[in-house]
Design a protein around this ligand. Structure first.
Ligand code: DGT
Ligand code: CA
Ligand code: CA
Ligand code: ZN
Length: 591
């Protein structure tokens, strides 16, 4: 998988660079076709390429002699010389310009040729000078969109997606746990709070052998630079590509900073609370301590206005909250959004509460799993229900199903369900909410489905007013159960729709529709603040993995963390309901 992905991405970049350099159409097309074919391969090409097995490679559909030779080169040297040669000719900054949503190779080439634009900074200054507006096909609207996209990319900065930081932190914690002397180790900071993006990873350790911890941390695989290595704090830069090949595809930073803090075992709880944050939550906690004549810092809670003497609480976080006279606040709620003032905190949803996934794709549209494979995975998770919701006809690039194909699929799924033990499989659809708010199938077909997830996919730059109208119309449709990824945002990539959430929530309650938290870490849509508003109003929530690959089932935790950050309790989340309750609700929309 990862070799294939790397190869596919390399060919895609080759195609882009060829286009920027004005190579002939034939070469550009060949490279981008190779990229697509490689992405579609289901065989792992690495062993074949390593063994220089040209015959086996070219026997595969879509791989010609030329591609095979380059794959062998990639397997042996880690690069393709054509890619290296092109990289020397195309400024890196220009590739960054190309990554701005809305800018294609043709336009970028023109900017490079005519205006000598070689970086995002150049582009900005040329827009200010008014020269970009003089290029062909560059209307005021187009420039406005480019500026907005640049601003969005800037404001979201160099933060890493939760789903990408999470496995890195877990493996480092595991690594540190195995070092002799380690007493406790845990990640803290924004990651422990389940924030959607992570600035840096904070690891806390209590150990009897600080030197061993420091040494092992600064020399672990993936470390590219040691920024600091002191007695209480070490900082390193960590290469993301070594942890996950998927980074190659994303406009994420190439490295992330990781801080290790060595703290005394006896004040573990105080240190963990301090370094978990958020800063605002810590400030509020400290104020509360001061009000009671106490002092709180990373070493403990002290009875006086300074930290002399023995602390009254320091060993565990629970002891500190208890001594402050407030309920224990779970990390995901530490946002200073009212969690300190409450006598009793909500009983938050947890991973183990989820009993169903209601938004999944199969090979019938753009998924990689067959019905059989997905059903097996869902059953292994202990789910009682799985909904198959492939794309609808307007999502042509996602191989959306035309009505006749969907009718056949419904029949097939129902037959399959009858023969599959231990899991109920529903025939559904992720139906496009079209730009005018109508749905992508006729009402007859929609009502023949066991479950309808309606989602916006195109036209995601609409004005807030239009967006609200569009989504409201879908919510009001009698066949719809769930609104999937309601805004269509992609974290750090695309802002998505900005509808009036309160109106949507009110309508969802009135029409008994659930709003989805899409658990994919690229989406997390609804976001935490939206969930909080929905939960406060009493709106039903669905947490779905939008499964396309087997791995996607593992994204559930990110949906749960987002739900927790929105104060979600299990009762409001339809995926936690038992079989009969869920199915009765689904059927209530089918008269
Ligand atoms: P990030 O890394 O930007 O995603 O966000 P955090 O929350 O992980 O922030 P970071 O890494 O700068 O610091 C980790 C935690 O340490 C932070 O959540 C709270 C605590 N902390 C750091 N600096 C301060 C400070 O100046 N005052 C207080 N009260 N807490 C701090
Ligand atoms: Ca951090
Ligand atoms: Ca930090
Ligand atoms: Zn989907």
């Amino acid at each position: 998988m990862s070799f294939n992905q790397t190869a596919s991405n390399t060919f895609a970049r080759i195609a882009q660079m060829l286009e920027l350099l004005g190579s002939d159409r034939f070469r550009v097309n060949a490279a981008s076709k190779a990229s697509r074919e490689l992405k579609a391969q289901t065989t792992d090409l690495e062993p074949l390429a390593k063994a220089e097995d040209v015959k086996a490679l070219t026997a595969l559909e879509g791989i010609g002699k030329g591609t095979a030779t380059k794959l062998i080169e990639l397997a042996q040297t880690g690069t393709i010389s054509e890619h290296e040669e092109l990289s020397a000719k195309v400024p890196a900054g220009l590739m960054e310009v190309l990554s701005i949503p809305g800018l294609g190779p043709k336009t970028v080439k023109l900017m490079w040729d005519d205006l000598k634009i070689e970086s995002v900074a150049d582009l900005k200054s040329e827009i200010d000078k008014g020269t970009v507006a003089k290029l062909p096909r560059m209307g005021a609207k187009t420039i406005e969109n480019i500026v907005a996209a640049m601003e969005f990319m800037e404001s979201s900065g160099d933060r890493l997606h939760l789903g990408l930081a999470y496995p890195i932190a877990q493996s480092i914690v595991q690594h540190m746990r195995e070092i002799p002397g380690t007493q406790r180790v845990q990640y803290a900071g924004s990651l422990r709070r389940g924030e959607e993006t992570i600035g840096d990873i904070d690891i806390l350790i209590a150990t009897t052998d600080p030197d061993a911890a420091k040494e092992s941390f600064t020399t672990m695989p993936g470390v590219t630079r040691v920024l600091a290595s002191g007695d209480t704090k070490s900082s390193v830069r960590f290469a993301l590509s070594s942890a996950n090949e998927r980074f190659k595809d994303l406009s994420t930073p190439a490295e992330i900073q990781i801080d290790l803090r060595i703290v005394p075992e006896e004040s573990w709880g105080a240190a963990l609370a301090y370094f978990t944050g958020s800063k605002d939550h810590n400030v509020a906690l400290r104020k509360l301590a001061i009000k009671q004549g106490m002092t709180l810092n990373e070493y403990g809670l002290f009875k006086n206005s300074d930290d002399r003497g023995d602390p009254i609480a320091c060993h565990t976080e629970e002891a500190i909250y208890l001594a402050l006279g407030i309920a224990f606040v779970p990390p995901t709620l530490r946002q200073d959004r009212g969690e300190i003032q409450l006598e009793e905190l909500p009983h938050l949803i947890e991973l183990a509460d989820i009993k169903a996934d209601l938004h999944t794709h199969t090979t019938d549209s753009d998924g990689k799993l067959s019905l059989q494979e997905s059903a097996t995975l869902a059953k292994e998770r202990g789910f009682h229900t799985l909904a198959i919701t492939d794309h609808s006809q307007s999502s042509a690039i996602a191989n959306g199903l035309k009505p006749d194909r969907l009718r056949k699929q419904i029949k097939y799924i129902h037959e399959f369900n009858d023969s599959f033990e231990g899991l109920t499989i529903l025939a559904g659809s992720e139906v496009d909410i079209l730009v005018d708010g109508s749905l992508d199938y006729d009402d007859d077909l929609l009502s023949a489905l066991d479950i309808v997830v309606a989602s916006p996919h195109a036209g995601l730059r609409a004005k807030p007013k239009q967006a609200t109208k569009r989504l409201l119309k879908a919510i009001c449709h009698p066949s719809v159960h769930i609104i999937g990824h309601p805004t269509g945002r992609l974290i750090q990539r695309r802002a998505g729709l900005e509808p009036d959430m309160n109106e949507l929530i009110a309508a969802a309650i009135e029409h008994d529709v659930a709003l989805e938290i899409n658990a994919h870490w690229m989406r997390l849509d609804l976001r935490d603040t939206h969930v909080r508003a929905a939960v406060e109003a009493g709106c039903k929530i669905a947490i779905n993995c939008d499964v396309h690959h087997a791995n996607d089932y593992n994204n559930l935790i990110f949906g749960i963390l987002t739900g927790q950050r929105g104060w979600l309790t299990p009762d409001l989340c339809i995926n936690t309901w038992d079989h009969d309750k869920l199915h009765a609700w689904l059927r209530s929309k089918r008269s």
